[in-house]
Design a protein around this ligand. Structure first.
Ligand code: PMP
Length: 463
């Protein structure tokens, strides 16, 4: 994306030393990385001093942006000096973990009983998968173990959570999904509705698909259903009205646990504290990470209802100890920083700010809907997707081999916007602190990048 790295530059050292996630290794060798050195507010700066609006809050996580936060630095420093490591294994506890667990339970979208911390979104979801097995074994129904997620879901990259993820890149070449993890239809009306099918009718069909899958497998074999309120890394897919209402009715009918993955949606992203509130969800388990610590420290949490906790508790005599836990799960420095992050959210009324500027971003991005390359603009709150098409009328996408997604990425970069192009969709999930002026600047830069891409498509005969 930049230029051939000079020998012994940081870029050349990077190419020699690191294998990058979600990166084409050949492109990295050729062009080197973009080395981001600092940031302020919704902006970051690279080694050469170029500034970019961070349209994805890093990886959908830096709610507070990139400015130095002295209070958080102080809390981390103080915790490092007071107790740099401890853990909750073997009936121990530390104060930052207790404080944060209490704060999370007080914020939860439905009454939750307990919090189990881990270090990443993947680990939180993996933990949920394991507790689901535990739960059904404990209830004496060992056959009730299969788990359903959705095509285009993103729930992580461990073997089990990459299986839950419903994206070809995460399955192909890794021999996934694992047995017992199934995928039902993706609630993306623009892509998957039938000609003339209303959003509500489409939602009914998605719920019918789920019912049919459960019936085909046998309801007594289905343990849980995982869903993100808004599907993020699968292309920012907002479910149609009535979708979750109908899905939850199916789950209740068959005694299937509902795990809501709030790793992206949690902490103000969709205009409420939780995506569960935006879409009326009643999770049995809820996972969160990312904005829990504004992305500043690795941390995730799994919350569970009393119903789930009781089953674990009732087996205390049989199991001796719960055989699960990560060394860094609920690290005291992470917990202390996250607790202070939640205080900052509250003091700055950040969720209310996000709920105010979110609709502004949605409105501004929708002005791009007339662009010849744009098929659909969708989103809610401060998360959005702009889907690129080759032909607006037929909604025909570009062949990935044409490299149009890469060209858009290059042009966005040139115009000073960092975001992710996911398949055919440009994703937006800026820091929650973003202002209306910055949203305007971001969207006009995106418009120029789309214009440049269109000119390139025409010059290169891609249309
Ligand atoms: N769930 C969702 C909804 C996510 O977006 C992500 C990460 N993008 C994960 C889980 C996995 O989190 P992590 O990368 O921290 O393992």
């Amino acid at each position: 994306m930049t230029q051939v790295p000079r020998p012994n530059s940081a870029a050349a050292r990077d190419v020699r030393s690191q294998l990058h996630p979600y990166t084409n290794p050949l492109a990295l060798e050729q062009d080197g990385p973009v080395i981001v050195t600092r940031g302020d507010g919704a902006w970051v700066e690279d080694e050469a001093g170029a500034r970019y609006i961070e349209g994805l809050a890093g990886l959908w996580c830096t709610a507070l942006g990139f400015s130095a936060e002295e209070r958080l630095a102080r809390v981390a420093y103080d915790q490092m000096r007071m107790l740099a490591f401890y853990h909750p294994f073997g009936q121990k506890a530390h104060l930052p973990g207790i404080d944060l667990a209490e704060a999370l339970l007080a914020m939860a979208p439905v009454p939750m009983s307990k919090v189990l911390f881990s270090g990443s979104g993947s680990e939180a979801n993996d933990t949920a998968l394991k507790l689901i097995r535990f739960y059904n074994n404990a209830l004496g129904r060992p056959e009730k173990k299969k788990v359903i997620s959705r095509i285009k879901a993103y729930h992580g990259v461990t073997l089990a959570t990459a299986s839950l993820t419903g994206l070809p890149n995460n399955h192909r070449d890794f021999d996934l999904p694992m047995p017992g993890i199934l995928h039902t239809s993706c609630p993306h009306h623009y892509r998957f509705a039938l000609e003339g099918e209303s959003p509500e009718a489409f939602a009914t069909r998605c719920a019918d698909d789920l019912e049919a899958l459960i019936q085909a497998e046998g309801p007594e074999t289905i343990a849980a259903f995982f869903a993100e309120p808004v599907m993020g890394a699968g292309g920012v897919i907002v479910p149609p009205p009535t979708y979750f209402e109908k899905i939850q009715a199916v789950l209740k009918r068959h005694d299937i646990l509902f795990v809501v993955d709030e790793v992206i949606c949690g902490f103000g992203r969709t205009g409420n504290v939780w995506g569960s509130q935006t879409f009326g969800l009643e999770p049995d388990m809820l996972t969160c990470a990312k904005q829990l610590s504004s992305g500043y420290m690795p941390l995730s949490a799994l919350m569970m209802t009393e119903k789930v906790y009781q089953v674990i508790r009732d087996n205390a005599g049989r199991i001796g100890i719960l055989g699960h836990g990560y060394t860094y799960g609920g690290h005291p420095v992470s917990c202390a920083v996250a607790r202070e992050v939640l205080r900052l959210y509250e003091e700055r009324d950040l969720f209310a700010h996000a709920a105010t500027v979110g609709p502004v971003m949605q409105k501004r991005l929708r002005t791009l809907a007339d662009h010849p390359l744009v098929g659909e603009v969708r989103g809610v709150g401060l998360v959005a997707g702009v889907e690129i098409v080759r032909d607006k009328a037929s909604r025909q996408p570009f062949d990935p081999a044409q490299g149009v997604g890469l060209a858009i990425g290059r042009n966005l970069h040139r115009h000073g916007v960092i975001t992710r192009v996911i398949g055919d969709t440009v994703a937006f999930s800026p820091p929650l602190i973003i202002t209306e002026e910055e949203i305007d600047a971001m969207v006009s830069r995106v418009a120029r990048a789309l214009d440049d891409t269109l000119a390139w498509c025409r010059a290169e005969d891609k249309l």
